[in-house]
Design a protein around this ligand. Structure first.
Ligand SMILES: CC(C)(COP(=O)(O)OP(=O)(O)OC[C@H]1O[C@@H](n2cnc3c(N)ncnc32)[C@H](O)[C@@H]1OP(=O)(O)O)[C@@H](O)C(=O)NCCC(=O)NCCS
Length: 175
């Protein structure tokens, strides 16, 4: 998906990451409150070198999708779907994050809805899934607004911020 994908929110669209996003990326990603809800692949502190690495990965996503969430012309966060392999090739791990400056305006919900709908309409994956940490009800709501439903509670599934926590497994399927 190389083109711009509109969302239902004016001024908010999804598009490929650009080298020029580096400063916005570091500014928004270098936040413990963001890190605390992400997997171990998301660093903290988030340095300019981390941004370089990410922008190189996002430039060559292979079968996966990695897009910037643009708000009023600035990169405000990221959203993507990481393709599974082998027997899981039709499943993608769906994920997103938004800089704290942008929280509470319906942006993540609109972004998740737009990308999940497009993946379904283009038949890119049969199943999208996401694991949300037990302390993140806002993200559970984002997934519900994007058409996902809860499959299971995975007890003691993750270790984050020094704690062993449950994760909530959400999915959306297209057949
Ligand atoms: C979670 C996150 C994506 C939400 O982004 P956002 O743009 O503020 O989300 P939205 O405004 O679209 O929707 C948030 C929803 O959660 C609800 N919500 C917020 N805090 C809540 C809480 N403590 N309990 C229950 N619902 C809550 C909001 O009311 C809203 O629902 P509504 O539209 O029905 O009113 C953003 O805070 C973020 O990036 N956090 C850090 C990274 C992260 O958590 N990524 C997801 C990993 S699974």
């Amino acid at each position: 998906m190389n083109s711009h994908l509109p969302t239902a929110l004016p001024g908010c669209l999804l598009r490929p990451w650009r080298a020029a996003d580096k400063d916005d990326l570091v500014a928004q990603a270098n936040n413990r409150k963001v890190w605390r809800n992400m997997t171990h692949t998301f660093p903290h502190p988030y340095t300019p070198e981390d941004a370089d690495l990410w922008l190189a990965i996002a430039a060559n996503p292979g079968a996966s999708l990695q897009l910037a969430i643009e708000v009023d012309g600035r990169a405000a966060g990221g959203i993507g779907a990481i393709s599974g392999e082998g027997i899981f090739q039709a499943t993608a791990q769906f994920g997103y994050w938004l800089g704290e400056d942008y929280w509470g305006r319906g942006i993540a919900g609109a972004a998740a809805r737009a990308l999940a709908d497009r993946i379904g309409s283009e038949g890119l994956f049969a199943r999208l899934e996401a694991q949300v940490f037990e302390w993140n009800p806002a993200s559970m709501r984002v997934l519900e607004k994007a058409g996902f439903s809860r499959d299971a509670v995975l007890r003691c599934a993750a270790t984050k911020d020094g704690r062993i926590i449950d994760t909530m497994l959400y999915s959306r399927v297209f057949r």
